[in-house]
Design a protein around this ligand. Structure first.
Ligand code: ATP
Ligand code: MG
Length: 396
């Protein structure tokens, strides 16, 4: 008993000594409770919490250690993978082949388009050369990509400058097809827009109009014909400015989704680039379309008639050349477009000639396949006929 009592006695001062510490920790609770008994009750949970806290700290420390280990392992794995890539790249013999250029061109159908460009379009040597260069870059880029080399296609936006009817729109369409076959544009379609399609008449009309056209062209090409009409130097409130700003923005931020082609006469295009800072530098390719020589225009006429399943007879060609030479000196001459008009005119004349001969008094009403396909000297407007109309006459 004495032992118990002594122990109890001995224990009491210990609790008494500890009490102030507890009171310091929780003064409000201590003041609310009775002195000794309350202290004892209070002290037990406090001890438990401390041990829990220690345990918790232990768990936290373990969790942190596991997480740190995971991070370290991830870093190591990334380092290993990078090293493996570097080893692969450095150990790869320089002579490793990814296939032949021909295979790539054939696989993607680019060779077919380039061949068609060569055969369908007469002349245009510098233009064809430039298109071939762009196609070559895209092919090399694909091959580099296959070997894991860095690939970055430069800006594909283009400026096509030249006189009317020199083939700008035609080449732009082919370019769209090449970009699509090579996987640089999703659809390869070409949307042609002029100022009227992009610029509104009233405040607030321009942005939605321009954005609508851009939306239509997304995934393909947007050809802005006579782009300089977008900018009116004499009127700084012109709505065209807004269209230009939207275009500039899209050309920079949506390069992967839209190729913008600007077309027009060279001198006016140069003024346009001078007036709009930032436009020229967004264009990676400037392609100049030269005017055609008379011989080239005759060749174009041959290609056009062949496509239409007609044939200009041998005697017809020199007469046509003289016509073209005269026509080149007159107003509104539009290169290959003028040739197309002349060919259409010759087809009309051939039709009426056939009609008259078959239905005339001597005619049997019968016409042969050859008759239906031939364009003869009678059908072609002569240089003399043109001269008779005066050098400033407006003709087709
Ligand atoms: N080199 C060429 N060979 C054959 N046909 C051609 C050639 N260049 C143009 N053409 C034909 O001439 C016509 C006019 O060409 P296109 O519309 O591409 O010219 P453009 O430069 O865009 O003219 P514009 O400045 O008036 O818009 C088309 O029918 C096209 O097929
Ligand atoms: Mg055009």
């Amino acid at each position: 008993m004495g032992f118990v009592g002594a122990s109890a006695f001995r224990g009491a001062p210990v609790r008494a000594q500890r009490a102030p510490a507890v009171c310091r920790a929780r003064p409000a609770a201590a003041s609310r409770s009775g002195p000794v008994m309350q202290d004892a009750e209070y002290e037990v949970p406090q001890t438990r919490r401390l041990s829990d806290a220690l345990k918790e700290a232990d768990v936290e420390a373990r969790k942190e250690a596991v997480a740190a280990e995971k991070r370290r392992a991830a870093r190591e794995a990334a380092r290993d993978s990078r090293q493996r890539k570097i080893d692969f790249m450095t150990n790869i013999p320089d002579t490793t082949s990814v296939g032949t250029v021909d295979e790539y061109m054939f696989k993607e159908g680019v060779r077919e388009i380039l061949l068609k460009l060569d055969t369908d379009l007469v002349g245009l040597k510098p233009v064809k050369q430039r298109v071939r260069e762009i196609a070559a870059l895209l092919i090399v880029d694909k091959m580099r990509n296959k070997l894991g080399l860095e690939t970055a296609v430069p800006s594909l936006h283009m400026s096509l400058t030249g006189s009317p009817g020199t083939g700008k729109t035609t080449v732009a369409m082919r370019m769209g097809q090449i970009l699509q076959r090579m996987g640089y544009s999703r659809s390869g379609h070409l949307i042609v827009a002029t100022r009227d399609d992009l610029v509104g008449q009233y405040v607030g009309h321009t942005a939605p109009k321009t954005k609508e056209m851009i939306k239509k062209a997304m995934g393909g090409c947007l050809l802005v014909d006579e782009a300089y009409y977008l900018y009116n130097a004499s009127n700084d409130r012109d709505y065209g400015q807004e269209a230009v700003e939207i275009l500039l923005n899209v050309m920079e931020n949506n390069k992967e989704d839209l190729v913008v082609l600007l077309a027009g006469y060279e001198d006016k295009m140069n003024n346009f680039y001078n007036s709009i800072p930032g436009m020229n530098s967004r264009i990676g390719n400037h392609i100049a379309f030269p005017d055609y020589e008379a011989d080239e225009l005759v060749d174009i006429a041959k290609v056009m008639t062949k496509e239409l399943q007609y044939e200009m007879t041998e005697e017809c060609l020199p007469i046509f050349k003289q016509y073209i030479e005269k026509r080149m000196e007159m107003p509104y001459f539009s290169n290959a477009r003028t040739v197309r008009n002349a060919v259409d005119r010759a087809r009309m004349r051939a039709a009426i000639r056939l009609f008259n001969s078959a239905m005339g008094r001597e005619g049997s009403g019968m016409v042969s396949r050859k008759d239906l396909m031939s364009i003869t000297p009678e059908d072609v407007v002569t240089a003399q006929e043109l001269a008779n109309r005066g050098s400033t006459a407006i003709v087709e």
